[in-house]
Ligand binder design. Structure first.
Ligand code: GAR
Length: 212
């Protein structure tokens, strides 16, 4: 049987890149249905850029500061690179910029995000402190498809952790992060296996299903 072609994944980051490292580690398995083909950061000092370089993955900074007050042009520059590298799936991994409909629409149904809470609870920032303040007994992380509304979109996978007596945001956050590193590769594995080939014609069929 012919080997299944691995889907080409672009990862957008803003920070240390521990989720990127987890995706890269998983994709070292030849049976993993996706390969990380490009990493883009909006910050030149993001630690994740060094993670990508250590794995010899093309890594670029497209700084939002170079496009003052023009998110659309920033995203157009990102899109150009994603397309130039033949990216079929985009994974947001600690990418801390709000996206405009431009990029979301271009990769509709093919853009994933990981968020450090059990969505729909605690969208946005400071999720661990907010979970502790709310007194929840379970917290966790979510991988979801990206839509135009922040931290919304169909949920693909979740992992829960207990909140323990004496937890601080850091302690709880570390417990969640360990789960993120398992959940994101798992979700990408399932998603990429299920996604049909995305040659141009097939993409069009995917986005515009024809019903006779
Ligand atoms: C992760 O905890 C991720 O869930 C979170 O940023 C962190 C990035 O860490 N993302 C969000 O809050 C997005 N709303 P990493 O750079 O080590 O992967």
């Amino acid at each position: 049987m012919a080997p299944v072609r691995r889907k080409r994944v672009g990862v957008l980051i803003s920070g240390r890149g521990s989720n990127l490292a987890a995706l890269l580690a998983a994709s070292r398995d030849a049976a993993f249905p996706a390969e990380i083909a490009l990493v883009i950061s909006n910050l030149a000092n993001a630690g994740g850029l060094a993670v990508a370089e250590a794995h010899r993955i093309p890594a670029l900074t497209i700084a939002h500061r170079d496009f003052p007050r023009d998110r659309a042009r920033h995203e157009a520059a990102i899109t150009t690179e994603l397309e130039r590298h033949g990216i079929e799936i985009v994974c947001l991994a600690g990418y801390m910029r709000l996206l405009t409909p431009f990029l979301v629409t271009r990769f509709a149904g093919r853009m994933l995000n990981i968020h450090p809470s059990l969505l729909p609870a605690f969208p946005g920032l400071d999720t661990h402190a907010r979970a502790l303040a709310a007194g929840v007994k379970l917290h966790g992380c979510t991988v979801h498809l990206v839509t135009e509304r922040m931290d919304e979109g169909p949920i693909l996978a979740q992992a829960a952790v207990p909140v323990r007596p004496g937890d601080t945001p850091n302690l709880l956050g570390a417990r969640v992060l360990a789960q993120e590193h398992l959940l994101y590769p798992l979700a990408l594995r399932l998603f990429a296996s299920a996604l049909p080939g995305t040659a141009a014609a097939e993409t069009a069929a995917l986005c515009n299903p024809v019903s006779d």
